[in-house]
Design a protein around this ligand. Structure first.
Ligand code: GRF
Length: 196
């Protein structure tokens, strides 16, 4: 059984999609849901599924990123994960932290990378007048939102779209894409999955 730890910062809708897919003949099972926010709603949901959870409040560390990461790393390493999935995790992680999981840390990002790394992706796609938007799952490397792309899903940008309507349409595709990419990744596939 391949052990998966999932890091969240909020509602954890992507985490829920991953957890709900890790059943039956899926090679993976969730072993930990961790967050930088003790109030993250996804933690309560995960706990109700019987999944171990932990929270390390990054605000308790002020600007001490190394202290926060050391505190977060401890329960993650204790869970002995084989794969780490960042799912709506909103803290930038250092090269040291990522180095613990090199080649086995995934992230979902709400844009068609390499376009729009960073924040406010939907606003930027709208401002650019893009006809399409979407989401990407990529391997995490120290450079932000820049690792090898493992999958993408596209949506049309519609007349009258706002950042809210577009993000909702993209989020629905994230919930399709991430579980399929995790399955393939766990089975050793590294070729890109482009969802129709
Ligand atoms: C999603 O748009 C995801 O792409 C981004 O965070 C947002 C919320 O994710 N990384 P979730 O509902 O907490 O999974």
């Amino acid at each position: 059984m391949i052990r998966v730890a999932i890091l969240i910062s909020g509602g954890g809708s992507n985490m829920r999609a991953l957890v709900e897919d890790m059943t039956g003949d899926h090679p993976c099972r969730p072993v930990l849901v961790a967050s930088n926010d003790p109030a993250a709603a996804g933690l309560a949901w995960a706990a109700r599924q019987g999944i171990a959870t932990c929270a390390v409040d990054h605000r308790a560390y002020g600007g001490n990123r190394a202290g926060f990461e050391a505190a977060l790393l401890e329960p993650i390493l204790a869970a002995k994960p084989d794969i780490i999935c960042l799912a709506g995790f909103m803290r930038i992680l250092s090269a040291d932290f990522i180095g613990h999981f090199a080649g086995r840390m995934l992230n979902i990002h709400p844009s068609l990378l390499p376009k729009y790394t960073g924040l406010h992706t939907h606003q930027r796609a709208l401002a650019a007048g893009d006809a399409q938007a979407g989401c990407s799952v990529h391997e995490v490397i120290p450079e932000l939102d820049a690792g090898p792309i493992l999958g993408q899903a596209r949506v049309a940008v519609l007349q009258g779209d706002t950042a809210e309507t577009l993000s909702a349409r993209v989020l629905a595709q994230e919930h399709r894409l991430y579980p399929q990419v995790l399955r393939r990744f766990a089975q050793g596939h590294r070729t890109r999955l482009d969802l129709p």
